[in-house]
Design a protein around this ligand. Structure first.
Ligand SMILES: NC(=O)c1ccc[n+]([C@@H]2O[C@H](COP(=O)([O-])OP(=O)(O)OC[C@H]3O[C@@H](n4cnc5c(N)ncnc54)[C@H](OP(=O)(O)O)[C@@H]3O)[C@@H](O)[C@H]2O)c1
Length: 211
C-alpha cells in the first residue's frame, strides 16, 4: 500500500516513518515536510512543502491512507489562532486534498478529551478537527486519542516532562487510561489502522497505546 505521512519529523511521526519503511506491506511512503528529512530510503519521498500553500495537483495526494501526526504547541505557535491554524487547518487541508485525489483512509493522532464543545482550548481544537474530518467523506477514518506522549524530545517542554515523570513513576498503579503513551505505540496503532482501513469512523482510546 501507499502511505502519506504528515508530521514525519515529529516524535510520533518519526516512529511512524521508521515503522512504515520497515513494513513490507507498505510499498511507498510520501512525507511532505518543511525541512529535509535526515534519512534516505528507496521507499521514501519527502517533498519540501509550505503548509500555507500546499500543492493542490501533486500526484502524491493519491495514496491508500494518510497518517497525520502533525501539530504544534501553544508555546511555539504563540497564539490560539496560530495554534488552531497548525493543529486544525493544516490536517484538514491535507485531508481534503487527499480525499479529492481519491484517498479513502485517514488516521489522525488525536488526543484524549478531544471535544468540539470542551472548555479547554486544546481539547476543543482536537474535537473540532475530528468533527470536520468526519465531513470530508473518507470511507475509513480513525482517531488515535493518545494521552500524554512519553519519549525523548530535543525541544524543551518542562511541564510536560514533569507530568511524564510523575505519571511514569505512578504508571503501574494508575488506571490504564491515565498512563503515558510511548510514541512507538501510537505509531504502531496508527499504521495498523491505516492498513486495516476498517469502514466507518473509529476512536482508538489511549488504553490501546499506553505502556
Ligand atoms: N504531547 C502530548 O502529550 C500529546 C498528547 C496527545 C496528542 N498529541 C498530539 O499528537 C500529535 C503528534 O505529537 P508529537 O508530540 O509527535 O508532535 P511533535 O513532535 O511536536 O511533531 C509535530 C510535527 O508537526 C510538524 N509541524 C509543526 N508545526 C508545523 C508547521 N507550522 N508547518 C508544518 N509542519 C509543522 C513538525 O514539523 P517540524 O519538525 O518541521 O517542526 C513535526 O513533524 C500532535 O498533533 C499533538 O498535538 C500530543
Amino acid at each position: 500500500m501507499k502511505l502519506l505521512l504528515v508530521g514525519a519529523t515529529g516524535l510520533v511521526g518519526s516512529h511512524a516513518l521508521r515503522l512504515a519503511l520497515d513494513d513490507s506491506r507498505i510499498t511507498q511512503v510520501t512525507s511532505p515536510v518543511r525541512r529535509a528529512l535526515p534519512l534516505a530510503h528507496h521507499k521514501l519521498r519527502a517533498p519540501i512543502v509550505d503548509y500555507e500553500a500546499l500543492p493542490t495537483d501533486a500526484d502524491w495526494w493519491q495514496v491508500d491512507a494518510v497518517i497525520c501526526a502533525l501539530g504544534t504547541t501553544m508555546k511555539v505557535a504563540g497564539s490560539e489562532a496560530a495554534f488552531h491554524r497548525v493543529d486544525h487547518d493544516y490536517p484538514l487541508a491535507v485531508a481534503r486534498l487527499a480525499h479529492h485525489h481519491g484517498t479513502p483512509t485517514y488516521v489522525l493522532n488525536s488526543a484524549t478529551g478531544a471535544d468540539a464543545n470542551s472548555r479547554f482550548f486544546y481539547n476543543k481544537v482536537k474535537g473540532e478537527l475530528e468533527r470536520d474530518l468526519a465531513e470530508v467523506g473518507f470511507s475509513s477514518l480513525a482517531y488515535a486519542r493518545a494521552g500524554l506522549i512519553g519519549g525523548a524530545r530535543t525541544e524543551s517542554r518542562p511541564m510536560e516532562r514533569v507530568a511524564i515523570s510523575v505519571l511514569g513513576a505512578l504508571g503501574p498503579v494508575l488506571p490504564r487510561r491515565l498512563r503515558v503513551c510511548p510514541p512507538q505505540n501510537i505509531a504502531r496503532v496508527m499504521i495498523e489502522s491505516a492498513i486495516q482501513a476498517r469502514p466507518g469512523v473509529h476512536i482508538i482510546p489511549s488504553t490501546a497505546m499506553t505502556q
